[in-house]
Design a protein around this ligand. Structure first.
Ligand SMILES: [Zn+2]
Length: 216
C-alpha cells in the first residue's frame, strides 16, 4: 500500500485498470453444452443421433458420448480452477432455445458445444456462426492448432462457418466441435466408444481453450 500511495494517481489508475482487465479475462466463465439428450433407465432420450449397430452388436448414442467428453473436460477445468457452467446437466434433451437462454445470462463467458459427426466422413471439424465475432474465430483457431498434436495422422477438416442455432444465437464467443464420425466404424470404435479416445478429445479441446484464454 505504501508503494501504491506513492504512485501518481494516473499511473495508479492505469495499474488498477490493467489488474481488473486481467482478472476479468481470467474469470471468463466457460459454458459447456453437450449435444442432444442422455440416457434415462437405459432409454436414449433423442431419436436418431446414434451410430449404426456394429457387427459386435454395439451402438454409440451421440448424446451419451458428448456428455462423457464434457464431463472429462469439466474435470480438467475444475482441477485447474477455471470457472465453468454445464449448460445442460439434465439427462433429458434440453431444447436449443433453452440452452441459448441459459448461456446468455453469463456476461464474461465463452461457449463450447460438443458434438460427434455423422455422414460417413473422417476426422474432426469446428464451426462458428457465419457472422461470428473475431473472438469466436480466435477460439476456434487455438483449438484447431491443438488438433494435430493430439491426433497425429487423423484428418483435420477445418474451421467452417454455419449458423447452427447455438453458435448463432449465443452472445459470447462460441464454437461447435464435431469430433469424429460416429457412423465411420474405425473412428467410432477407436475414439468415440473408448474412454481413452474420449479423454483425448477432451484434452484436445481443453488445451486449445487454455491457449485461447492465455492469449487474451
Ligand atoms: Zn450432434
Amino acid at each position: 500500500m505504501f508503494f501504491m500511495a506513492k504512485l501518481r494517481p494516473a499511473l495508479f489508475l492505469k495499474y488498477m485498470m490493467e489488474f481488473i482487465t486481467k482478472q476479468s479475462k481470467m474469470n471468463k466463465t466457460i459454458l459447456l453444452d453437450s449435444g442432444h439428450g442422455f440416457i434415462i433407465a437405459s432409454e436414449y432420450q433423442t431419436s436418431g443421433k446414434r451410430s449404426p449397430r456394429w457387427p459386435d452388436g454395439t451402438i454409440l448414442y451421440e448424446g451419451e458420448c458428448n456428455k462423457q467428453i464434457k464431463s472429462r473436460l469439466m474435470e480438467m477445468l475444475q482441477a485447474e480452477n477455471y470457472p465453468f457452467v454445464d449448460i445442460n446437466p439434465e439427462s433429458t434433451d434440453v431444447s436449443l432455445s433453452e440452452r441459448v437462454n441459459r448461456a446468455n445470462k453469463y456476461e464474461n463467458s465463452l461457449y463450447i458445444s460438443i458434438h460427434s459427426n455423422a455422414g460417413g466422413g473422417t476426422g474432426c471439424e469446428l464451426f462458428t456462426a457465419v457472422n461470428c465475432s473475431s473472438a469466436s474465430t480466435a477460439l476456434a483457431r487455438e483449438i484447431e492448432a491443438q488438433y494435430k498434436p493430439h491426433f497425429e495422422g487423423e484428418r483435420w477438416r477445418g474451421i467452417k462457418k454455419k449458423d447452427f442455432y447455438v453458435v448463432k444465437n449465443t452472445r459470447m464467443p462460441a464454437v461447435l466441435v464435431e469430433s469424429f464420425f460416429m457412423d465411420t466404424e474405425r473412428e467410432c470404435k477407436k475414439y468415440l466408444m473408448t474412454r481413452a479416445g474420449r479423454d483425448r478429445i477432451a484434452l484436445w479441446i481443453f488445451t486449445g481453450l487454455k491457449n485461447y484464454l492465455k492469449s487474451l
